[in-house]
Design a protein around this ligand. Structure first.
Ligand code: BGP
Length: 462
């Protein structure tokens, strides 16, 4: 029997834009806008309009999750729902009422509400006016939005997170073209990374200066870690893996926990002429406002090798000048999503948190497996028999447990996601839920994994 620590957070994560639906929302975020412009990019032309209708069904959803044993629930407050006027941080009354009801419903069901403030959902208006996260003005407008959240909800929400996966924003929007504006511009990517780290520190500072902090609240940020493993032990592959680790993981980790950026990375960015614009005042804010704790999302490792070629002329800086993806023969794959399955990495993350990051408290804030056409796995009563998901969760929890046994300060585990939700460009292609959502009827049905996890939660282990 693997036993988890007392008071362990068990539950799941979603986000506002992926679960609520656009009901009563006056403003559009990047994805709302992108879908209006180019719906053909979205799987089966399904956009975020209805998502999983959580805007209407949160009461019943939270009751269901409570009945499945969940003691915590992470979602995000949408900037485009809560705020009417971004410059003045004026509140939208309907948005305010909605988030109040949602938070109160969590508490009524004994579920700890964990609130994130940015989940890929920058207002399009702020991209058009300022260039979005490219601009430090947007950083300050985001701080103003965060303050509104703390003022209105800080009496009941004790767990705050600033961003979800800032590196995905950098990659998706500025390097790999899977988030709007889907451009390739390494210099902007580097500035955006810095601005997102600066926003983290500025929001943390605002939280600690405000009234909500005196309410025993804590604040952190959520980072996706993709541990980099070299293809071989050759010096060139090790160097490649080291750079991949610096860029993908340590840039945001070091800023959030140590209050500074990795020096080696800064030196490379400087040498390549793409280092961010920063002031000494901003760097002091980053140094003085580090996180209380962290959420770590883990899905897949990153296998890398020394680059095959080094471009002499390139239109844009890229971190991939320093490493190539290594397609390791015999790797275990979730072919529906195209991600390797390597649960051992959870242990490596736990040990890195312990040894490299001062054993800061953290929770595994997203972990899960997206499978397409789950209809294939219905039994005669119609329930999805997702044994592959149970297996996936079990394996990852086993390595998490091992890390905790060895002293890593992990206090929770969240599945992505409690109820099937909308997945950006993939829309509803791959399903991650413990609970099925029929997107035509919006009727929920618990999958086998939902009941499996319930037993794990009841026993606080398995
Ligand atoms: C993470 C995001 C989530 C979620 C998940 C699954 O990166 O934080 O928002 O979407 O990945 O990925 P996808 O939806 O692309 O299958």
């Amino acid at each position: 029997m693997l036993q988890f620590p007392e008071q362990f957070w068990w539950g799941g994560a979603t986000s506002g834009p992926q679960s609520e639906g656009r009901f009563q929302k006056t403003h559009r975020n990047l994805f709302d806008y992108w879908y209006e412009q180019e719906p053909e990019l979205f799987y089966d032309y399904v956009g975020p309009d209805t998502a999983s209708d959580v805007y209407h069904q949160f009461e019943a959803d939270l009751a269901l999750l409570a009945s499945l044993g969940h003691n915590s629930y992470r979602t995000s407050i949408q900037w485009t729902r809560l705020i009417d006027d971004f410059e003045m941080a004026l509140v939208n009354p309907d948005g305010l009422a909605y988030y109040n009801k949602l938070i109160n419903a969590c508490l009524a069901h004994g579920i700890r509400p964990i609130m994130n403030l940015h989940h890929f959902d920058l207002p399009i208006a702020l991209y058009k006016k300022y260039g979005g996260w490219e601009s430090k003005e947007v950083v300050d407008l985001f701080v103003a939005f965060a303050k509104v959240c703390f003022e209105h909800f800080g009496d009941r929400v004790k767990d705050w997170f600033v961003h979800n996966e800032p590196m995905i924003v950098v990659e998706g929007s500025y390097l790999m073209q899977f988030h709007y504006p889907a451009i390739v511009d390494g210099k902007k990517a580097v500035q955006v990374a810095y601005n997102l780290a600066l926003a983290t520190a500025k929001v943390i500072r605002a939280y600690r200066q405000g009234r909500a902090a005196s309410n025993n609240g804590r604040i952190g940020t959520i980072l996706n870690l993709t541990p980099a493993y070299p293809a071989s032990h050759s010096a060139a592959d090790l160097t490649a893996a080291h750079f991949a680790e610096l860029w993908n993981n340590e840039l945001f980790m070091d800023a959030a926990v140590h209050g500074k950026f990795p020096e080696e990375l800064v030196a490379v960015l400087k040498k390549d002429g793409v280092l961010w614009q920063a002031t000494s005042e901003e760097l002091a804010i980053i140094a003085n406002n580090t996180v209380d704790y962290l959420g770590i999302n883990f899905y897949h490792p990153k296998r890398v090798k020394a680059p095959n070629v080094i471009p002499v002329i390139s239109p844009s800086w890229s971190p991939e000048w320093y490493y190539d993806t290594y397609l390791m023969p015999g790797r275990r794959m979730n072919v529906d999503k195209g991600w390797e399955i390597y649960p051992e990495a959870v242990y490596d993350i736990a040990i890195k948190m312990r040894d490299q990051y001062g054993n800061i408290p953290w929770f595994l804030s997203e972990n899960g497996v997206g499978i397409s056409r789950e209809d294939r796995y219905r039994d005669e009563r119609g329930q999805i028999q997702d044994d592959y998901r149970i297996q996936f969760l079990k394996e990852h929890l086993t390595y998490l447990h091992k890390g905790i046994q060895e002293g890593s300060n992990c206090f929770g585990y969240h599945v992505w996601t409690p109820i099937d939700c909308w997945s950006w460009l993939n829309a509803y292609k791959n399903r991650y839920g413990l609970v099925e959502n029929n997107i035509h009827t919006q009727i929920r049905r618990v999958k086998k994994s939902g009941y499996w996890l319930k037993k794990v939660i009841e026993a606080n282990g398995f």
